[in-house]
Ligand binder design. Structure first.
Ligand code: SAM
Length: 240
C-alpha cells in the first residue's frame, strides 16, 4: 500500500473558509471519496469544495453513509457498519494502486464526522495505512461568528452535544454548563424549545441556520422556528 489517505475538513459552507492546505491536498489527490447522507442526494462536502477546487480530471466516487445514531461503547447499527466497511475496502483498493485518496468532510473532521469511523475501519483491515487528518473550520465557530458572540471567555465551560439524545442528558448539560452548542437540532426543535423554556433559557438561545452560506439565518424566535421545516445545517447556541 503506497498511497496516502487524507481526511480533509472543507469548512461549514463558504468555500472561502476552506484552508489553503485543504485546497492544495484536494488538488493533489487524484481520487476523492465524497460522503453523502442520502443515496439519491448530493455530497455536501463536494458541493462546498467545488467552489474552491477544480474537480475536472478527478476520479470522484460518492459513498452513502446512512444517518443513524452511533452510541459510543455500543455496537454500531449493522447498516452503518457495512457502509464504513465498504468505504474502507474501496479506499484501500485505491491506496494499494499507489493513489493518494482524499475524503472531504463537512466542517472539521474531529466533530461528529464519518471520517474518523472510516479511518478506524481502514486501520482494522490495513494497519499499515498512511492516514492524515486535515482540520477545517467547524460550523460551531462559523455559527458563533454569524451571531457575533464568543463561545467562551474567561472561565466559561463550553460543551457540544447532539440534540438528538435523551431529554435527561440534555437537561443536565444545559443546567451545568455556561455555553451549550446543540447540533443536529433540525428535527428535534420542539423538544429543545420545551427544555429551554423549562430551564428559563429560551432568551439565551440563538438558532443559526446554514452559517456561512448565502442563505445564513440567525434567529432568536426559536418557538416559531420549531414549527417550521429547518435545514439540516442548523445549530443552537445557548450562552448564559
Ligand atoms: C454530522 S454534524 C457535522 C459537523 C461538522 N463536522 C462541523 O465541524 O461543523 C452535522 C451538524 O453540524 C451542524 N452544521 C453543519 N454545517 C452547519 C452550518 N453551515 N450552519 C449551522 N450548523 C451546521 C448542524 O448542527 C448539523 O446537524
Amino acid at each position: 500500500m503506497r498511497g496516502q489517505f487524507y481526511v480533509i475538513g472543507v469548512g461549514p459552507g463558504d468555500p472561502e473558509l476552506m484552508t489553503l492546505k485543504a485546497a492544495r491536498l484536494l488538488d493533489q489527490c487524484p481520487v476523492w471519496f465524497a460522503p453523502k447522507a442520502h443515496q439519491e442526494g448530493e455530497s455536501t462536502a463536494l458541493a462546498i469544495l467545488a467552489g474552491a477546487v477544480a474537480t475536472a480530471g478527478k476520479e470522484i466516487l460518492e459513498l452513502h453513509f446512512p444517518m443513524k445514531k452511533v452510541r459510543m461503547g455500543l455496537p454500531p447499527d449493522p447498516e452503518v457498519e457495512a457502509a464504513w466497511r465498504l468505504a474502507a475496502e474501496a479506499i484501500r483498493a485505491k491506496l494499494d494502486q499507489g493513489l493518494d485518496v482524499a475524503f472531504p468532510t463537512l466542517g472539521d473532521p474531529a466533530i461528529y464526522s464519518t471520517g474518523f469511523y472510516v479511518c478506524d475501519t481502514l486501520l482494522k483491515y490495513a494497519p499499515q495505512a498512511l492516514i492524515s487528518v486535515v482540520p477545517g473550520v467547524s460550523s460551531i465557530g462559523a455559527s458563533a461568528a454569524a451571531v457575533g458572540q464568543p463561545l467562551c471567555l474567561g472561565d466559561d465551560r463550553l460543551v457540544v452535544i447532539p440534540a438528538t439524545f435523551e431529554n435527561g442528558r440534555l437537561r443536565e448539560t444545559l443546567a451545568q454548563f455556561d455555553t451549550v452548542v446543540l447540533m443536529k437540532v433540525h428535527r428535534v426543535m420542539d423538544k429543545v424549545v420545551s427544555l429551554l423554556s423549562e430551564l428559563d433559557l429560551l432568551d439565551k438561545a440563538v438558532l443559526v441556520e446554514r452559517s456561512s452560506h448565502a442563505q445564513e439565518r440567525v434567529r432568536r424566535d426559536l418557538a416559531v422556528a420549531a414549527r417550521e421545516e429547518l435545514h439540516y445545517f442548523s445549530t443552537v447556541i445557548v450562552r448564559k
